[in-house]
Design a protein around this ligand. Structure first.
Ligand SMILES: Cc1cc2nc3c(=O)[nH]c(=O)nc-3n(C[C@H](O)[C@H](O)[C@H](O)COP(=O)(O)OP(=O)(O)OC[C@H]3O[C@@H](n4cnc5c(N)ncnc54)[C@H](O)[C@@H]3O)c2cc1C
Length: 455
């Protein structure tokens, strides 16, 4: 076999963002052109090896990991075309979302919705159907109008709503196992400002006025602080008011106290979990007690500071069961003997028709529990995790693909009506399993093994 023209790095340690699991791919490739990528994929296939593609590595699981070959997309990050009239933009799959925002700003365009951060690669966020929040806003994959992948046999394959529509509905959440996304076309809208407010309310009143609360703005996100049973309601809607810069946040308050001291306090609570309610009260009083308002360009308002390393479990349940599920979580937490370190995040998404999207065929409420990793130290989580998952499963929950969960094929097939269609397509496109890794085999492929806890 001839050597590829892109020199790989040997045994480069790779750790996803949350840094709990590491892997050491035998070879790490970083192609700068589609031709180089195609050459690498063909060589890997000829050699009978496997590879995983990685974007920004911001998954909170071993989803992108492999000890075989890994392909990074950081150098496939070009802007291909912008059409201001049709508001369509074409970019390469390795472009980071933050870079895409900058290009769009120059053309007075914006994506309709964005998640909590913009560090992901375009390919990575599509591959996991990354979502924002808002009952009328579906996942960010639904903003894609066309995409092109390099398949396992090194061919370019383009799909859209009209061209290979079945493949398109599979490729908009493909977990990196149908092909490597190299080109993406997004439909944008005119750049807009969002006006966001934050208000602290008792959880009881949020639950009592649930429907009006979650529809009280275009985008609503809840942070439920379980020890004090209060909820920070974040609401954001488009505004035509003249562009104003978001008010500068004090470094002392947000970074020094809100991050460093908070991290230290959580670390200390490892030995003294009884401190947790007091830590929560102090943190809420420091950052959230006063209602706040900010106005700014949409993506800056959607994003917030996520610098605390966490490990997360996030599930999408049918929207109509959200209140019941939250009440059950509350009952579980009131009786529990395990520590709860972090607020619970609640978001919303409209239904879509992407085969493996957690919102396929149903509007959903996403509920996310996070376990912080202060100074990269592990905190106890297993029981919390298990009890939370049990409630989510009771409501036919579907886990976020980029986060950690314990479902296997036999569980997933019950909640994803198109899982078998997806796996059939995967087998057609990649019969040799070039893009498979341990995560995909463990969770997605049918197995004879019993329920496997990936915790
Ligand atoms: C702090 C933080 C905040 C987050 N906020 C949100 C949020 O608000 N909403 C939400 O839904 N998720 C959120 N996530 C999850 C995140 O959006 C996903 O993990 C996303 O996949 C990360 O993109 P990435 O480029 O890092 O992908 P990676 O972690 O590198 O890869 C993820 C998957 O995508 C595949 N992949 C990567 N690039 C390509 C490509 N070019 N072609 C095909 N497959 C590819 C990989 O093989 C892997 O299976 C958050 C994660 C973190 C760490």
């Amino acid at each position: 076999m001839r050597a590829p023209t892109v020199k790989p790095v040997r045994r480069r340690t790779f750790a996803p963002w949350y840094d709990r699991i590491k892997c050491r791919p035998e070879l790490f490739f970083e192609p700068a052109t589609e031709e180089q990528l195609i050459e690498i994929v063909r060589l890997i296939r000829q050699k009978g090896r496997t590879c995983r593609v990685v974007g920004a590595g911001h998954s909170l699981s071993d989803l992108p990991c492999t000890d075989d070959y890994m392909i990074g997309t950081d150098r496939l990050d070009r802007l291909i075309a912008v059409d201001e009239k049709t508001r369509r933009v074409r970019v390469q799959g390795g472009m980071r979302l933050s870079v895409l925002h900058r290009h769009l700003e120059k053309h007075r365009l914006a994506l309709s919705c964005v998640g909590s951060i913009s560090d992901q690669s375009v390919g990575g966020l599509i591959a996991t159907a990354t979502h924002s929040t808002g009952v009328n806003y579906a996942s960010m994959s639904t903003l894609v109008t066309e995409l092109t992948m390099v398949t396992a046999d090194g061919e370019l394959l383009t799909c859209s709503r009209t061209k290979l529509p079945r493949l398109f509905r599979a490729a908009l959440c493909s977990l990196g196992c149908l092909g490597i996304i190299v080109r993406v076309e997004f439909e944008c809208e005119r750049a807009f400002d969002l006006r966001a407010t934050e208000e602290l309310l008792p959880m009881d009143s949020v639950l009592e006025q649930w429907d009006s609360t979650i529809r009280s703005a275009e985008h609503v996100r809840l942070w439920w602080f379980p020890h004090s049973d209060r909820t920070l309601v974040w609401r954001a809607s488009r505004t035509d008011k003249a562009m104003r810069r978001a008010p500068a946040r004090s470094w002392f308050r947000t970074r020094l106290l809100g991050y460093h001291l908070y991290q230290g306090a959580i670390y200390a609570s490892r030995a003294l979990p009884a401190l947790l309610p007091a830590i929560e009260r102090w943190h809420v009083a420091l950052l959230h007690e006063k209602p706040t308002t900010m106005v700014g360009p949409s993506h800056r308002v959607f994003n917030y500071d996520c610098s605390m390393r966490v490990w997360a479990s996030e599930w999408a349940i049918p929207l109509e069961h959200a209140c019941d599920a939250l009440r059950q979580i509350r009952a579980m937490l009131r009786q529990c003997a395990f520590p709860v370190y972090f607020p619970i995040e609640v978001r919303f998404a409209a239904k879509d028709d992407i085969w493996l999207s957690p919102a396929q065929g149903r509007a959903v409420c996403y509920i996310n529990i996070s376990i912080p990793r202060p100074y990269r130290k592990e905190l106890p989580y297993q029981q919390y995790w298990r009890e939370f998952e049990a409630i989510m499963r009771q409501f036919n929950g579907r886990p976020h693909w980029a986060k950690t969960h314990s479902l296997v094929y036999e569980d997933l097939v019950k909640v994803y009506p198109h899982l078998d269609d997806f796996l059939e397509l995967r087998a057609q496109l990649d019969p040799a399993g070039v893009f498979l890794n341990a995560h995909i085999r463990r969770h997605l492929l049918p197995s004879t093994r019993k329920h496997h806890a990936d915790l």
